[in-house]
Design a protein around this ligand. Structure first.
Ligand code: WT7
Length: 648
């Protein structure tokens, strides 16, 4: 059996879960009294304006409700309740691309968020339930804006700054947003870049619901200004009072939407609620990250993704911690940037993606040794499976063989960690997410609920509802039901299916094997192949296209396209790839660029016309075809495509 890595317990004297026995005891507690245990934590951890009456309402499954009747405010939970004991503690340490730093204390955060909230209310008449889209760089105002929305009960939808105008427009329209908050731009690798022009372009058509655009000035580049629509944050904020009462919210009122990719074309507005989400954001900070009062926590995600929501903003602040927010990239001005930040800020928990780890490893395998990284206790990874080689480098070189590595499996839909080692308890097997957190009933099963035998691939399901779970897809209850509760059944009941495959080993540890649907994971970014295909089809010469994921050394996966040209059309693979990527840049953003493209005479289709994607995945990987091809309409096509790929 593979070697297990045990925690260095001296690093975790105050851990909440100190051993596997304590872990098992908690799991048992949830098993014996599921609702009672969740209720206990909810009452212990959250500041309620009014206690809840019912812990879990399953009467309208899968539209589960948690902590029904409770009244709460998430901004209050993240800020106000800490003011008595830590008003002068750093809430956010922001580091700019050029190394400049700002420390924002809890009291300062309170004032900034209140001013922002007053601005939203007074100037833009934003009310409880209104949707506000954020298209922001990594600057403190992004966090202020999220918390200001939470404070007044508005629903934010943060759109990642790498998305194109078209992608932004789709999300604005789907959410019927009233206000857009953006910035002129920001800095990356020493140079200014712009965001506002993308907002202008998005608003050119179809966004009738948008009344105003609030612009934070970050780099003072010259930008277009629409009188009567665009407003200068830096001026307006000065007039606002730093007191703003927190709106009394129901546990189940929506807190935010976050769009993510599914297996069909249109992105899904994943809807999260108030109490359940913030409870789990806070508890996972305590359990997975062993957050302590004097810690400095750094998650490198962008706030445009769920990791940035839960582990830069909501989780750390709910836990009263100090969270680091970074505008730049870890390779600028050189490949030691991240290690330098860890040394200077004495970071205790560092949380990043396997893509970043592989890149930093490749570009500077010995670089971490030049810095004093002894403040680190926990190294986290998230977003994609981590390969054992990257894991070992992270453990041995970055963590100097003593830090606990937490390989956290979760999703936009789960709100917070689901399967992860506990830093002071779990003996870790490299590249395994190990065990579900207490309270999370994750199982690897067949579609009918039969447990998958040890070592075999099955469907990763969560068989009981949990507080921070997705509530629905914005405006699309049917799609919510079908996407997540339409595939797998456990003990006779439809259960949440993640879209991931997984395997259980003889220790009961879960290893994630990756998506089993048509979603691919490129540099930790989740992309629907249908979305990429939809964009590419706008090219005039393309008759049909199938995109699959191909393993990539740094990015994890990269999109590989098989294209059939229309009759009388001609092109080369290189030329077409360039043109198609231009379209993808417009429609989605550069994050979805196709890496390889081959023009083929036809796609492998069954007699009923279904494209056999599994075959294409194997061909893209240059694997020998093991699948049965006899059901194909034209079996000879497989060999023809294989030859083309071999010669490409
Ligand atoms: C998908 C969710 C969760 C925040 C970042 C991504 C993959 C996530 C792991 C992990 C293997 C992982 C899964 C999942 N994934 N964490 N530790 N090991 N795979 O959020 O964009 O919603 O993507 O990321 O495939 O379904 P997301």
């Amino acid at each position: 059996m593979e070697k297990l890595y045990y925690p260095h317990l001296e690093l975790f004297p105050n851990a909440r879960i100190k051993s596997m026995d304590e872990y098992e005891a908690l799991v048992q507690e949830f098993e014996k009294d599921y609702e009672g245990t969740w209720a206990k934590y909810a009452r212990e951890k959250l500041n309620w304006f009014k206690d809840f009456e019912q812990t879990l309402d399953e009467s309208n499954a899968p539209f589960y409700k948690w902590f029904v009747g409770g009244k709460i405010n998430v901004a209050y939970q993240c800020i106000d309740r800490h003011l008595d004991s830590k008003k002068n503690k750093a809430a956010i340490i922001w580091e700019a691309d050029n190394g400049e730093r700002k420390v924002i204390t809890y009291l300062e955060l309170y004032k900034s968020v209140n001013r922002f909230a007053n601005l939203l209310k007074n100037k833009f008449h934003i009310k409880k339930g209104d949707r506000v889209v954020l298209y922001m760089p990594m600057i403190p105002e992004a966090a202020f804006a999220m918390l200001a929305c939470a404070r007044i009960g508005a629903i934010h939808s943060v759109v990642f700054g790498g998305f194109s105008a078209d992608a932004l427009r789709d999300r604005i329209i789907d959410a019927n947003a009233k206000l857009i908050i953006t910035a002129d731009g920001a800095f990356r690798k020493g140079k200014p870049y712009l965001l506002k022009p993308t907002v202008d372009k998005a608003l050119e058509e179809g966004c009738e619901s948008v009344e105003a655009v609030l612009v934070v000035k970050r780099n003072n580049e010259s930008i277009n200004w629409v009188e009567g629509r665009d407003y200068n944050y830096n001026e307006l904020i000065k007039e606002q009072s730093s007191e703003c009462e927190a709106e009394i919210m129901d546990s189940e009122d929506p807190l935010f939407l976050l769009y993510t990719s599914g297996s069909t074309g249109k992105p899904k507005g994943v809807q999260h609620s108030q109490a359940g989400y913030i409870l789990w954001a806070q508890m996972t900070m305590e359990w997975t990250f062993d957050i302590q009062d004097n810690d400095t926590f750094w998650c490198t995600a962008d706030i445009g993704w769920i990791t940035g929501h839960t582990y830069i903003v909501y989780g750390p602040l709910a836990a009263g911690a100090t969270t680091v927010m970074f505008e730049g990239v870890p390779t600028y001005p050189d490949v030691g940037r991240a290690w330098k930040m860890i040394e200077e800020l004495q970071i205790n928990q560092f949380y990043t993606a396997p893509t970043a780890i592989r890149m930093l490893h490749k570009l500077g395998a010995d670089e971490p040794k030049k810095y004093d990284l002894s403040s680190l206790r926990i190294l986290g990874t998230v977003g994609e499976p981590i390969d054992p080689a990257a894991w070992k480098w992270y453990y041995e070189v970055v963590g100097n063989g003593r830090c606990s590595i937490v390989d956290t499996w979760w999703q936009t839909e789960t709100g917070g960690h689901m399967i992860t080692p506990l830093p002071a308890a779990t003996p870790v097997k490299p590249a395994s997410a190990t065990k579900p957190l207490p309270g999370i009933f994750a199982k690897v099963i067949e579609k009918d609920g039969t447990p998958t035998p040890i070592g075999e691939k099955g469907y990763l399901c969560i068989v009981k509802p949990w507080p921070s779970m997705i509530r629905t897809i914005w405006n699309d209850n049917e799609r919510f039901k079908n996407s997540y509760f339409g595939e797998c059944v456990y003990e006779g009941k439809p259960v949440y299916f993640s879209g991931d495959g997984a395997m259980v080993d003889e220790l009961g540890y879960i290893t994630i094997t990756g998506r089993v649907d048509d979603v691919i994971n490129v540099s930790g970014h989740r992309l629907g192949t249908a979305e990429i295909e939809g964009a590419a089809k706008k090219h005039d010469a393309i008759a049909a296209i199938a995109v699959v994921g191909k393993p990539h050394e740094i990015k994890g996966e990269s999109p590989f396209a098989f294209v059939v040209l229309k009759e009388n059309q001609e092109s080369s693979n290189e030329e077409l790839l360039k043109e198609v990527n231009e379209i993808i840049k417009e429609e989605i953003g550069a994050i979805a660029y196709i890496e390889n493209l081959v023009i083929v005479p036809d796609l492998p289709k069954t007699r009923s016309g279904k494209v056999m994607r599994r075959l294409l995945r194997a061909i893209a990987k240059k694997e020998a075809i093991k699948q049965d091809t006899s059901t194909l309409e034209d079996p000879s096509i497989v060999q023809a495509i294989e030859t083309i790929v071999k010669n490409s």
